[in-house]
Design a protein around this ligand. Structure first.
Ligand code: GUN
Length: 281
């Protein structure tokens, strides 16, 4: 039976470390500040934004809230970003996605100063990651690396398989595993004989967005299974992309949903906010 990787516990450790880092900066008269922009009032986005602001409070980070109406023009949003880029007292800028259809997410993402890009979505941040230069890294995949390291699981020389190739999770996940000297395969909807590939994995990261997509039968005995999925099951409960009950019988380590990768995303956002100040100094 697999050991559980406790994302709630590990995310709290990271937030506590952030709190110590912000206290050290505060002693030098520096307040870490994150600007959070939400356009419209999508209920899921409102929950995420509220949780991010709450985490800021816990970590001693000042958060500035910008709630713009659904009808705001792209130019108005870009102007706000430009203003926040120029403000010396703002260290991180986050625009909650998705945005309304009349606004280009690409143009908005690219408008953010890469030095304040705490989401790590700017092409400059993505490029820096891919060539091994310092920069901000997307929070969820960075959280996965922390879960592995803090559980004492080494990545070096391991066969790592990523299921899913999104810009926010799959692709940066592959880059980070590579940076840690794993041997990495990225699979996706057009992969032939997926099971043959996932069964090779010592470390399997699943970010495909389909409930119960991976089962125990898809795993190598003793695999480490990281479930990035957050889905709402037919019973209304949260579930991951991995069928937990069958997978836990085969895996050596596994993340639950909820309480696995989920809480790590916000913890790494907090860490990126503190890093934005530390990097400049
Ligand atoms: N929407 C869903 N996840 C995220 C995220 O990590 N960052 C932002 N900005 N928007 C999101």
């Amino acid at each position: 039976m697999a050991q559980i990787i406790d994302g709630k516990k590990i995310s709290t450790q990271i937030k506590d470390e952030c709190r110590e880092r912000t206290a050290a900066l505060a002693a030098q008269g520096i307040t870490v500040t994150l600007a959070v922009i939400q356009v419209g009032s999508d209920p899921a986005s409102s929950v995420y934004v509220r949780n991010k602001k709450r985490a800021c409070e816990y970590c001693g980070i000042r958060s500035l809230s910008y709630e713009l109406p659904e009808t705001v023009s792209e130019e108005e949003l870009l102007n706000l970003i430009r203003e926040l880029n120029s403000r010396a007292d703002v260290n991180g800028i986050l625009v909650q996605l998705p945005l309304p259809k009349h606004i280009s997410e690409d143009r908005v993402t690219e408008a953010i100063d890469p030095g304040k890009d705490v989401d790590g979505f700017h092409p400059m941040s993505v490029g820096a990651l891919s060539i091994g230069k310092p920069g901000f890294v997307s929070c969820t995949p960075q959280g996965v690396i922390e879960l592995l390291k803090r559980s004492g699981i080494s990545i070096r020389r391991k066969e790592c398989v990523v299921v899913g190739r999104s810009n926010i999770v799959g692709k940066p996940m592959a880059m980070l595993l590579l940076r840690e000297n794993g041997t990495v395969t990225v699979t996706h909807s057009a992969t032939v004989n997926l099971k043959e590939v996932t069964r090779r994995a010592d470390i399997l990261v699943v970010a495909i967005g389909k409930p119960g997509f991976i089962t125990g039968d898809d795993l190598k005995e003793g695999a480490v299974v990281i479930d990035v999925g957050i889905n709402r099951g037919a019973d209304g409960k949260l579930c991951g992309d991995v069928d937990f009950e069958s997978a836990r019988k085969v895996a050596s380590w596994i993340t639950p949903v909820p309480g696995g990768v989920g809480p790590m995303t916000i913890a790494m956002l907090m860490s990126n906010c503190v890093k934005s100040v530390e990097m400049k100094r």
